[in-house]
Design a protein around this ligand. Structure first.
Ligand code: ZN
Length: 305
C-alpha cells in the first residue's frame, strides 16, 4: 500500500539538488556530519510534507490495542547545525530510543514550486502535508489556510471524533489565522504569552486535559535568531535552543508519567519550520531551507509526492 520510501528519497534528492546549489552547506555539514546518527544525509533530505502524512499513517495504521496519541513539539527557526552545536536533552533522549530516527528535512518547496521559508508557510506545510500552492499560505500575513487542505488536527478529529485536539502556540497567527477555519474542531486553542507559558499549558494539555493530538510550537529560538543571528556560533541563539529543548524533554517526561501510559501508544515528533541566514529567513539558501525531524516511531514515516 505504501510506496517505497527509499525510491521517494532518491526522487527528493534529485529535485532538491537541482533547485539549490550545494556550495553553501559547508558550515552545516561540518557540524552535523558525524553528530548524532542521522538516518539520511543532506543529499537525501526529506520534504516537511512528511510530518502530516506520517501522523495520519500512524492514526490509521497504528497499534489498535492501545490508545493512539500524538505530540508534535515545534522549535521555531532552529538550524540543524545550531542544534548540533548545542547542549540538548530531548533530542538525544528520543534518538537513543530503539525505534526512533533523526532526519535531515527541508522546507521552502521543490523546484518549480518554491515557497518562502517563513514561519506561516512552513508550519502550514507541516500541518497540512502540502506546499503553499495548495495550502495558500504564501507569506506570514494570510487570514487562513485553504479549506481544501485540512491539517492533521482536523484529519485526526475526522477519524476519531472523540479525540481531544490541541493547538498551543506562542506565535498567535498560527491559531488566529492559519487554523482559523478549524477553530470549531480544535478543542484546546491556546496562544501563550511566552515559551514558559507555552510549556506549562502544553504540560497541562498532556496531564490534566488528556489531549489526544497536540501541536505545540515554541517561538523564542526564532526571536533570538532575528535579534542576535541564526548561527551555531551565537550563544544567545544556541542557549535558547537548549532551553526550548529542555521544555521538550519535560513534556516527553510528562507523557511518560501519565497514569494510563502503559495502555497508550504515543507518536512523538520534534521538528522546526525553517533555518536562518544571518538575521533573517524567507529565502532559498541551504541555511534557510535545511530543517530536521526527530520521530520516536520511524516505521510510520510516510509521504506521497
Ligand atoms: Zn518560524
Amino acid at each position: 500500500m505504501f510506496k517505497n520510501v527509499k525510491i521517494l528519497l532518491f526522487m527528493v534528492f534529485l529535485s532538491n539538488l537541482s533547485c539549490v546549489g550545494m556550495k553553501s552547506v559547508d558550515v552545516q555539514r561540518d557540524f552535523v556530519e558525524g553528530w548524532l546518527d542521522f538516518e539520511n544525509s543532506y543529499s537525501t533530505m526529506i520534504p516537511q510534507t512528511i510530518v502530516s502524512a506520517t501522523i495520519e499513517n500512524f492514526l490509521k495504521n497504528g497499534d489498535g490495542e492501545k490508545d493512539k496519541k500524538v505530540l508534535l513539539i515545534g522549535y521555531d527557526g532552529v538550524r540543524t547545525d545550531a542544534l548540533a552545536n548545542t547542549s540538548l536533552v530531548a533530542v538525544p533522549y528520543l534518538v537513543a530510543q530503539e525505534h526512533s530516527g533523526i532526519y535531515h528535512t527541508f522546507v521552502g518547496g521543490i523546484k518549480g514550486n518554491l515557497q518562502k521559508t517563513y514561519s506561516a508557510p512552513g508550519w502550514t506545510t507541516i500541518l497540512t502535508g502540502q506546499w503553499a500552492d495548495k495550502h495558500k499560505v504564501v507569506h506570514n500575513f494570510v487570514l487562513s489556510k485553504s479549506d481544501e487542505t485540512p491539517s492533521f488536527l482536523a484529519r485526526a478529529k475526522a477519524l476519531f471524533p472523540e479525540f481531544i485536539i490541541a493547538s498551543l502556540v506562542h506565535w498567535a497567527p498560527l491559531n488566529d489565522n492559519v487554523l482559523r477555519n478549524e477553530k470549531d474542531i480544535i478543542d484546546i486553542m491556546y496562544n501563550s504569552k511566552d515559551d514558559k507559558d507555552l510549556f506549562e499549558n502544553t504540560r497541562s494539555a498532556i496531564l490534566e486535559k488528556n489531549a489526544d493530538v497536540i501541536f505545540s510550537v515554541f517561538l523564542e529560538t526564532d526571536k533570538m535568531g532575528h535579534k542576535y543571528g541564526f548561527s551555531p556560533f551565537i550563544p544567545e541563539y544556541t542557549q535558547k535552543i537548549t532551553e526550548v529543548d529542555k521544555y521538550a524533554f519535560d513534556l516527553i517526561k510528562s507523557v511518560e508519567s501519565r497514569e494510563n501510559y502503559a495502555n497508550e501508544d504515543w507518536l512523538i515528533i520534534l521538528t522546526t519550520d525553517h533555518g536562518g541566514n544571518k538575521f533573517t529567513h524567507g529565502g532559498q539558501t541551504q541555511q534557510e531551507r535545511n530543517t530536521w525531524l526527530v520521530v520516536n516511531q520511524k516505521k510510520y514515516l510516510y509521504f506521497e509526492q
